[in-house]
Design a protein around this ligand. Structure first.
Ligand code: DC
Length: 224
């Protein structure tokens, strides 16, 4: 029996992970956050002071894997769970840079494909519908204005130690959008057959229930 694969792509901070998590819980699918793989590579490169030119030859040493514990994704470097360490602004920026290296993308390609072959998944990233799972059953391109995305992130971080200003977050988002959309390898773009979904002004509940509807409509149409 073939598995159901849902691809959700879109820019940083569009709410992909929150929406995909909520929708996969409702549908009983596994949620796969592929950004965590790129972040784990960025952490590996940063911790080991590896220059961009030397990344390719060092990748096999990184030993990146995703494990699902009670259905929740954790990312590992060897036997070390680095799921929390990869969430800093420094690693966000480093991941944006290292993810543009073709050898890094090639290295992570099969890890992502294998999970999708073996499980019903909602997989989010930048190139899932275009490169990783071009035959996905459902493809969604999730976006929101840069200002809305910066606002959401600002509200999430408000009150935490070293919380950046709204302006700093917005600048970061615009810079990451530019990097992700303009790199030569697998740039972020909407797949031709993806449904465009703009969540500006919508709550998480509204967005995730609309996504579940979209998935059900599409799968019913395909008789899956
Ligand atoms: O979704 P995120 O912010 O955790 O992703 C971190 C970085 O990884 C981001 O700059 C883009 C990159 N990425 C990618 O190039 N392809 C993916 N499928 C997922 C993430």
């Amino acid at each position: 029996m073939s598995t159901v694969n849902v691809a959700i792509d879109g820019p940083a901070g569009a709410g992909k992970s929150s929406v995909a998590k909520a929708a996969s819980a409702q549908l009983g699918y596994i949620y796969v956050d592929t950004g965590a793989l790129y972040r784990a590579i960025a952490l590996f490169v940063t911790e080991n002071n590896i220059s961009d030119g030397d990344i390719a030859e060092n990748l096999p040493r990184a030993d990146v894997s995703l494990r699902f514990i009670d259905g929740v994704q954790r990312v590992f470097l060897g036997e070390r769970d680095v799921s929390d360490l990869i969430r800093t602004p420094e690693i966000s920026m480093a991941a944006s840079r290292t993810s543009s290296i073709q050898a890094v993308r090639d290295y992570l390609f099969e890890t992502q494909r294998k999970i999708a072959r073996e499980n019903n998944v909602i997989m989010d990233g930048r190139d899932i519908g275009t490169v990783v799972l071009p035959d996905a059953d459902v493809k969604i391109y999730l976006t929101a204005s840069a200002e809305e995305r910066a606002n959401r992130r600002f509200r999430e971080l408000a009150g935490k130690q070293d919380c950046p200003t709204y302006e700093e977050i917005l600048k970061d988002i615009i810079e990451r959008d530019y990097n992700d959309m303009n790199r030569s390898t697998s740039p972020l773009k909407q797949a031709e057959d993806a449904v465009l979904f703009d969540t500006t002004g919508m709550t998480l509940e509204q967005s995730s229930s609309r996504i579940c509807e979209l998935i059900r409509e599409k799968l019913m149409g395909d008789d899956k």
